[in-house]
Design a protein around this ligand. Sequence first.
Ligand code: ISJ
Length: 198
Amino acid sequence: MNAPTFRQASLVPHQLVTHRLFTHWLPVAAARPGMSAPWWQWVASKDSLTTRLTVAGDTKAFRVQLLRQTVGFPLRDEALALGIAPRRYAWLREVALCVGNKPWVVARSVAPLSQLQGKGLEGLGERSLGSWLFRQPDLVRGPLYATRHQPRFVVEQSALLADSVWGRRSVFQHSGLSLLVQEYFLSSMADDLDLPSR
Ligand SMILES: C=C(O[C@@H]1C=C(C(=O)O)C=C[C@H]1O)C(=O)O
């Protein structure tokens, strides 16, 4: 008699936690039905976003604006994506990718601090992390996930008004380093490139 009651009780919190952590990010293919073809080209691409933005900006200058680079704890869902404990120190980097002085994308990258040794990323400053990553010959990119939620870190950290159309994220692996890169495409980019609202 007791067993079913016990099973039910333990199932409910598990479902709640799963729901809270996973509803925001969908495998990119599952988000595709709600996404226009032009946005799919941006969100599902696996090559360097830095390069794509530079090309799309044409004569307008591309620039990485550093919003914050620090050591801290990852968010719970970031730790989960990296497969690490939430209370493990991580390198956190938040940037705006600007084209012609307008932020088109905001990005937050997270890596376990212990894996960063000898990579020289601390001094990256306003150089593109993507340019560095895509120069690594052993680079492997994990599956892409997409979201419609707004980037929380921008609201918390800066005066920048970031109105995201689509967000995406994936984990890069390179010689013992796992790096979660989360990128949010802003409505200013949609305006400048004449992209649909979703
Ligand atoms: C992953 C890339 O790197 C981009 C550059 C970033 C940076 O400098 O912090 C962060 C995320 C990306 O948007 C890329 O270009 O594809």
